[in-house]
Design a protein around this ligand. Sequence first.
Ligand code: PEP
Ligand code: MN
Length: 338
Amino acid sequence: MIIVLEPSATEENIKHLVEKLKSKQLNPFVSKGVERTVINIIGDERIISQEQLEAFPGVERVISVLKPFKLASREFKKEDSIISVDGIKIGGKEIVIIAGPCSVENREQIINIAEEVKKGGATLLRGGAFKPRTSPYAFQGLEEEGLKMLVEAKEKTGLPIVTELMDIKDIDLLLKYADVIQIGARNMQNFSLLKELGKVKRPVLLKRGMSATVTEFLMSAEYILAGGNSDVILCERGIRTFVDHSRNTLDIAAIPVLKSLTHLPVIVDPSHAAGRVKLVAPLTLAAIAAGSDGLMIEVHTNPEEAFSDGEQSLTPSQFNELVEMSKKVAIAVNRSIF
Ligand code: PEP
Ligand code: MN
């Protein structure tokens, strides 16, 4: 960490700062230039935050050399983390496809869709039983009944279940039924929820908050890792920007950026980024080309009647077609799909 002092910083300011750093077992090196004094810190700079240091009198700015996240970083672990879910490896050469409806609506619906996506090439099944909806009047999910239906669909198809947890109170319920616990964009910074997930032994699919920077995203993953759960899958799902031609803006650059900063698997949800069926395929192909380790795609047998997100849900035949195209792009970037 490098602390740049204001030209007006006094000897008293410097002394106060140096003493504080030493008390934290950090080694400060003061270099006095003609106009400016700079303090270099040797030691684990995460002991004291940038914001804390910037509050000291005489400090102009603080430049961080280390990343604020540790366990999530490539410096901590060089090799890619591969997360195993019922024998399916997420983060390896093979690109995984998670597909299914936005919401579990009834037994027949989820079983039909699970069978269709399995035929089309999905390796995991998605479906929400707890739905984060903007409107309190909109369908909120079937809760435990929905989770039981997902289990039936899994029994019929063998596809492991990815489903969302919204509230700490339901964590035991999710642990009973889910193979991967999804944390939605709206809960990416629900730190008490993240801390609880650190204590469980179940992979977590963490979706990027709609206005989260890559650093904030990785700090949220760090909460789960720091608690002792090392199985975190990151999911880019589009961020909020000024554009109105898609529901969110898929941040393609975030994929290679995340892959360089972290060893954790990075997957993409093109459906929530697109918000419209037409955009799902091009975003999917772009995500694969950019290095995504997997995809999460919404599929519905009857999008017109879907309880949620019908406008962005592919039909099974659109999904099949997309998987076939995806295979070609995967080969072009030295990856494969099942
Ligand atoms: C979802 O996957 O259905 C969902 C609600 O996604 P997000 O949290 O990314 O909005
Ligand atoms: Mn959805």
